[in-house]
Design a protein around this ligand. Structure first.
Ligand SMILES: Nc1nc2c(ncn2[C@@H]2O[C@H](COP(=O)(O)OP(=O)(O)O)[C@@H](O)[C@H]2O)c(=O)[nH]1
Ligand SMILES: [Mg+2]
Length: 316
């Protein structure tokens, strides 16, 4: 067994960190690592936490971790941030919250940031979750910033999604309506120590009640005062119990299918790109398009056929 893999299985923090770094960098070791760890995964419950910046996701996740620790769980926090370039696996906010948990070996905190495309980030995040799962963390809280593709992709890793809102959200609420309404199982209205939380709850309820058979719920919390955090944890546990075996198996199959489709698409993209860039035929075709002798769509079909040996035209 790979030394890092066996360290991960023993729950050793240094090995966990090395494994996740290896996955982030997609280095030579990462594939072997994942193939060795994968059989030991599938036990953890993964909760996604997303929402607009500044709503208190990180604070809430940290408080939630405390509650679950007191209930005997081992908790890992993975912060996935497509916008911030990092080094050494930690961004500033995490250093601060790590202090809160620094004496507790039952909590592990890690940030991952994009080194380019978002597709690559979610791929790395999925595998990082598996590392944490194999290391024995039975609850994994995945925080993503609710802007862009990443928070939508959280749906395909998490068993349950919490969308964090707060009073006095301005334009962000529009973004929420656009992308986040659908993916939430639980809306947590954080900063309910401030005025205006009831109004947010009222608005959410009026949206939710207009939907048939929705199991979505909303509740007020405050990461600052601790209000509602126990109730939020209870709600998560309730959801978990309601997610009967058959349903979870179905969901897992769907998540895995989504993952494989994305991975293959990503790999094909990378292969196509490297094949094209240095190909003299590619350059000739570009020149033809520039001279208006060939249109871009026909050029695309031609390239797919010539370089990849496939027909790009949809077959009926
Ligand atoms: N009043 C109040 N402030 C909060 C609460 N939770 C977080 N904050 C503050 O909101 C700011 C953003 O919090 P953070 O957790 O970094 O938000 P994130 O960007 O969603 O991860 C920080 O200054 C927090 O101290 C809360 O429940 N009440
Ligand atoms: Mg944060």
């Amino acid at each position: 067994l790979n030394a890092i893999a066996s360290g991960v299985l023993k729950g050793e923090r240094v090995s966990i960190s090395k494994a996740i770094t290896s996955i982030e960098n997609r280095d030579e070791n990462s594939r072997l690592l994942m193939s060795e760890l994968f059989p030991h995964t599938g036990k953890a419950y993964v909760v996604g936490i997303t929402g607009p910046p500044g709503t208190g996701k990180s604070s809430l996740v940290s408080e939630l971790a405390k509650v679950y620790r007191s209930r005997g769980h081992k908790v890992a926090i993975l912060a996935v941030d497509p916008s911030s370039p990092i080094s050494g696996g930690a961004i500033l906010g995490d250093r601060v919250r790590m202090l809160d948990h620094s004496l507790d070996s039952g909590v592990y905190i890690r940030s991952m940031a994009s080194r380019g495309d978002e597709g690559g980030l979610s791929r790395a995040a999925r595998n990082a979750i598996r590392v944490l799962d194999a290391a024995g963390f039975d609850l994994i809280l995945v925080e993503t910033v609710g802007i862009g593709q990443a928070e939508v992709e959280i749906v395909s890793v998490a068993a349950l999604v919490i969308v964090v809102l707060m009073p006095e959200l301005g334009d962000e609420i529009q973004a929420v309506k656009a992308g986040l309404m659908e993916i939430a199982d639980i809306f947590a209205v954080n900063k309910s120590d401030l005025p205006g939380a009831d109004k947010v709850i009222y608005n959410l309820h009026s949206i939710l009640s207009s939907r048939d058979g929705s199991s979505q719920t909303a509740l007020k919390v405050s990461a600052k005062t601790g209000m509602g955090i126990d109730e939020l944890a209870n709600k998560i546990d309730e959801f978990r119990k309601l997610q009967i075996e058959d349903y979870m198996n179905q969901k897992r199959m769907k998540h895995l299918a989504d993952e494989l489709v994305r991975n293959v698409a990503l790999n094909l993209y990378e292969t196509a790109e490297s094949k094209m860039r240095n190909n003299p035929e590619f350059k000739r075709i570009v020149a033809k398009v520039a001279e208006r002798k060939l249109d871009p769509e026909s050029a695309t079909d031609l390239l797919v056929e010539r370089l990849l040996g496939q027909s790009s035209k949809a077959k009926s």
